[in-house]
Design a protein around this ligand. Sequence first.
Ligand code: GLU
Length: 465
Amino acid sequence: MTVRTRFAPSPTGSLHIGGARTAIFNWLFAHHAGGSFVLRIEDTDQTRSTQESIDEILDAMEWLGLNWDEGPLRQSERLPIYREHAEKLLESGSAYKCYVTPEELQEKRKEAQERGGVFRYNRKWAEENAGPDKPYAIRLLTPDEGTIEVDDALRGRVSFDASEVDDFVILKMDGFPTYNFAVVIDDATMNITHIIRGDDHLINTPRQKLIYDALSYDVPQMAHVSMILGSDQKRLSKRHGATSVTEYRAEGYLPEAVVNYLTRLGWSYGNQEIFTMDELVEKFTLKNVGKSAAVFNPEKLEWLNSWYLRNKPPEEIAGLLVPLLKEKGIHAEVDEKLAKIVKELSQRAKTLNDIADSLNYFYSDEIIYDEKADEKFLTHEILPVLQDITRRLTSLEDFTMDSMKEEFEKVMEERELKLGKIAQPVRVALTGGTVSPGIFEVMDILGRDKVLERLEEASSHISAK
Ligand code: GLU
């Protein structure tokens, strides 16, 4: 059996991280088995589906590295296939035409409510209003009693009471399939072997099972994965912060971190936390998918992201930074300078944005001193020290970190000053603020000309105070 999985988003918004995890699980499962991963856009709800959402979902999937082997197939382009299957069910007597209009149903629902009862569809209504030119929906004839059973890879055998499922519509009056019908016809005709999806879809499973049975199609192996919850144990939503892949991308998260984190959310492999994509493909099985709901922990995602920032080649991070910097008006290139900056700043950064937000001084022509830092560190008392350092650095033959350190040590010794006393004013002079990578690293990256120019400027600035 060739494994075929699918991801079937409804394009009614962004790619939610719960959806992204479903996509990742299906992708990993297919790759682990050397099978195929199909992408299907479930856009039969014409009022809520948008092209913008499709574009965003595809973009987010590409960003995550979840390439698809087939698709994107669109349900809206497969209407004849659904009709054909519905007709087949009409012929076999497993389905029937229902002429009750949605308005009439609404009316009956209202009546039931007013009587204080529960609304239930009654198949006797189907023939009412029948006429040669009357529009009709097609409903599946469902059993009135018994149980509907589905084997779930994570939950074992799940049973549903057949009396809870009424004769539901499979093809609407407008010719569009209902959600459950389209899903089954697609999964069956696309030869999907495994359906891994959120357990919010468990309620659809009995209806879908009845459709498979009516068409004598095999039911794919189902696996309903528990939902992702927020820290308050409620289903993850906007209230908990960013919930879409696009938002995380915009906040400066790396796709590796997001994939790694989301996979671990609900799946585990001993205590291992960090996995390359290849390792995930090798190790991912449904056996290690947890049964209980996973709680989304933004700090852990942040921790993983910073790990990837530190451990990916700096040149690659530099490549990701260039467009972000451009947006800020900083024209940087992927070169040795930016790679060095990345190496330093990634030690403390949690996101790409953290790095992009704290490197302006490496590229700017002008340094703007932070007011408090200026007041505290660029003082008349420190002026002779700054001038001494400037003089020494000017006469340095080679402007290396080691030679700079030597000069600083001489100054410290002669003036009986600790490094902090000197480094902080120099830092303010070079960067405008009090937080930066090590001072020698900063000087090394800035290079001789910029360092000397800024030190001199700081001296003039103090003298003019
Ligand atoms: N279109 C459904 C959704 O976006 C998924 C259907 C399924 O996986 O069976 O939630």
